[in-house]
Design a protein around this ligand. Sequence first.
Ligand code: MLC
Ligand code: AMP
Length: 508
Amino acid sequence: MSNHNLFAALRAAFPQDLDSAAVETDDGLVYSWRDLDRATAMMANLLRSLDLPEGSRVAVQVEKSVEAMMLYLATLRAGYVFLPLNTAYQSAEIEYFIGNAEPAVVVCGGKNFGWVSKIAFKAGTRNVFTLNDDRTGSLLERAAHHSDSHEAARLGEDDLAAILYTSGTTGRSKGAMLTHGNLLSNAKVLKDYWGWERGDVLIHALPIFHVHGLFVALHGALLNGSKMIWLGRFDPKLAIEKMAQATVFMGVPTLYVRMLAERSLTKEAARHMRLFVSGSAPLLIETFNEWQTRTGHTILERYGMSETIMLASNPLRAQDGERRGGTVGFPLPGVGLRVRGEDGRELPAGEIGDIQVKGPNVFKGYWRMPEKTKEEFTADGWFKTGDVGKIDERGYVTIVGRSKDLIISGGYNVYPAEIEGYINDMPGVAESALIGVPHPDFGEVGVAVVTAKPGASLDGEQIVARLKSQLANFKIPKRCFVVDELPRNTMGKVQKNQLREQHKQLFT
Ligand code: MLC
Ligand code: AMP
């Protein structure tokens, strides 16, 4: 029986010369392929030495570093389930994820050890390690005592590789369970579709706790044995400077907007590049056009989500069609994508409806939520993305909106229901509505509109300040208005459209 462990496939793609450079960091460190192999073996052996039950989760909330990336690979290698957590999450958020996922191992930054370990031990986690972005911490100290060879755990396609939490439109976050088969099949399709070739070098500029940076970018480079130029955090000037030594860049639209604001972004600066990929949020046509004018390159926009990894992409080669701004291109090979009306009927080309998908990339379900999982699939087994769109005569998919109440800000998802819940719990608040409004940098940002209980007086800035102490920074509304009442329709439902219309020019 062959081994379906994703790590085994990635390892098999390492170049023959294991001493060549695999990763170069922005502070001048160079890691060879041999370093990746040995360090992930040591970490995998450490994990195995803990005698964890099969299928154990390894929850990780650490700053981006090459060692953090190695920890992901080591978790795959050892056969456990990786659970990445955004570094912006605060204690209430972390408490929920750890309580829900019950990880056997938690890895956090040294400066957070006090509060994270308290939460973890309370939830029954026995092993809490630290990992800092300067190559210190107990994880590496412990791993150093283990052997640097390790045979990847034997796994089937259906075994879990990762759980990614995505917030829900109602209720709490759900953990999307992705299998080794999901991740590897998608990575292989993208390798071909985006024409990864010998000599490609990726600028890795995204965080590694979401699909885009952790899977699409990382697997892309590793499966091609390509070197990565590793940016600990995105810096537009540095990213442009590195283009001279690279060929592929992947980013959310905000990264492109920020690079366009730099004078150093020119055709000459981008001369060495082969491919610019954008996704995770809608790319404005203005950004698409301006990028073309300034660099001579046409951004390739693609579409995906945590539950499905990548679904659709504009074509790489002209003979397969042009890269059309404002669209996300064609469904990827092996991915079924259909548009359905409210009555469940398949819609003809050009008509707008709910996007549903199917394929080897579609996740296994939500962690310990069989009912929620069932709700999100149609009777004939298609996953309801919650995105609204259309497919034109030529097969290009366009996303025109979302049926889920979701704001995408700088590539991060913000679920209004969650923020409204926190605001509604504050003393004196009668009710609240969080809406997304256009923003030149983040694409869209949250704005809160709040009403007070009779006799209470509220201050928008205080509400924002209070949220800051409770929630991840990207979820904080950029403004908060206190009003007498919220607009409602005849059914009594809050008219968010009206509020969006009213505030649409707040930042533009
Ligand atoms: C930071 N802030 C944000 C924000 N990021 N606010 C709204 N939306 C965001 N995305 C806050 C900060 O806390 C700060 O608040 C203020 O905004 C200014 O911050 P900054 O210094 O400008 O932010 P920075 O640290 O530079 O981060 C911006 C960013 C980052 C764009 C680099 O958000 C980012 O890395 N985004 C990428 C997200 C991503 O990888 N998404 C992929 C998801 S996968 P204050 O109050 O402190 O001043 C997915 C599936 C798919 O969606 O299809 O790929
Ligand atoms: P996440 O749950 O973080 O994985 O976010 C997935 C969501 O991001 C999708 O359901 C879409 O709404 C959105 N998304 C991803 N890529 C694009 C894109 N290219 N254009 C518009 N929306 C996108």
